[in-house]
Write a protein that binds this ligand. Structure first.
Ligand code: ADP
Ligand code: MG
Length: 317
């Protein structure tokens, strides 16, 4: 199978067909109609086998996650996703792998009305790169840079489950193991929450590298500090099993791959936040406050200090 029949067989037929795609897969470039009066938000993320996912990961999970991590970035920007491009580097044209990869990718694309409009397919060590474009009303994109001292800090969902799936599965019950694996392989990008937070959140980021690293980015970009009560972090039942077996908070504080949102909201906006978040399926939790200091200070509910053991994944260090 050459690359052209591969593209035709696996990627041309897809669940979403958008009216703003003037010309999709098949030519030298896609022609896309930008919506009048909107700004475009563009993001890209690459998954490298053995680095961003274990080599044995199911193909459907790789396809799902390659899109999910990009949707999560657009969610953190408050943008509505629209157009994806897929750069695939494959060691071989394995039809069974490709079919499952495609199914995982398109299942999530359908949920978010994302159309695949092009890409590139080459041979080499397994590597999946996705570029995703979305829309936001002018000036309403959420950024890392707007947090103000006194704002409350929130996260969606629960923290640390994906890190448990990579490190601490052995002490967990069967259902808890399954939950953590699903959290690692099938993260739920918080797109609806991100869009709802336009005009409400002062800053936002998605938690890909872990709270320590990602909240650090918000603090740095905003020129502020933060104080976090680690006893307020939202934990799943599975994480509570880990705690009951003597496990600490490190996976929740510093572990990556949760793809929840972390955002800041001025106290005056708290009523609006509570009203709009009532419709979210993920829930949200206040974990601390923005300060005028620099850096993030971690403490327990009783005021004693907490020292994060994990500081987040970094390339090139
Ligand atoms: P060119 O050689 O002109 O760059 P390609 O042969 O790489 O074109 O691609 C042919 C068409 O297939 C293009 O529209 C391209 O965007 C699309 N395409 C290639 N690979 C993928 C892929 N993995 N997913 C979706 N579309 C793809
Ligand atoms: Mg060309």
């Amino acid at each position: 199978m050459d690359e052209f029949s591969l593209i035709r067989q696996f990627f041309v037929d897809q669940p979403v067909s958008r009216s703003d795609v003037v010309l999709g897969i098949g030519d030298d470039g896609a022609v896309l109609q930008a919506p009048a009066g909107q700004q475009l938000v563009s993001t890209a993320d690459t998954l490298v086998a053995g680095r961003h996912f274990p080599d044995a990961t199911a193909a459907a999970d790789v396809g799902y996650k390659a899109l999910a991590v990009n949707l999560s970035d657009l969610a953190a920007m408050g943008a509505e996703p629209a157009w994806a491009s897929l750069q695939l580097t494959l060691p071989e044209a394995d039809e069974s792998w490709l079919g499952q990869f495609r199914d995982g990718f398109f299942a999530l694309a359908a949920r978010h009305q994302v159309q695949l409009v092009g890409g590139d397919t080459v041979r080499g060590p397994l590597n999946v790169a996705v570029q995703l474009t979305g829309f936001v009303p002018p000036g309403q994109a959420l950024t890392r840079g707007g947090a103000q001292p006194g704002d409350d800090i929130y996260v969606t969902g629960t923290l640390g489950d994906a890190a448990l799936a990579l490190q601490h599965l052995e002490v967990l019950s069967g259902p808890a193991q399954a939950w953590c694996r699903t959290r690692l392989n099938r993260p739920m990008p918080r797109c609806a929450a991100g869009i709802a937070l336009r005009g409400v959140a002062s800053a936002a980021i998605d938690l890909s590298d872990g709270l320590v690293a990602d909240l650090g980015h918000v603090a740095e970009a905003s020129g502020v500090g933060a104080r976090i009560d680690v006893d307020l972090l939202p934990l799943s039942d599975a994480y509570r099993e880990h705690r009951a077996a003597g496990g600490g908070l490190d996976a929740a504080v510093g572990g990556g791959d949760d793809y929840e949102l972390c955002f800041t909201v001025a106290p005056a906006q708290q009523g609006r936040l509570e009203a709009l978040a009532a419709g979210w399926d993920c829930g949200f939790t206040r974990i601390g406050v923005v300060t005028g200091d620099s850096g993030v200070e971690w403490h327990h509910g009783d005021g004693s200090s907490y020292r994060p053991g994990l500081t987040g994944f970094r390339h090139f260090t």
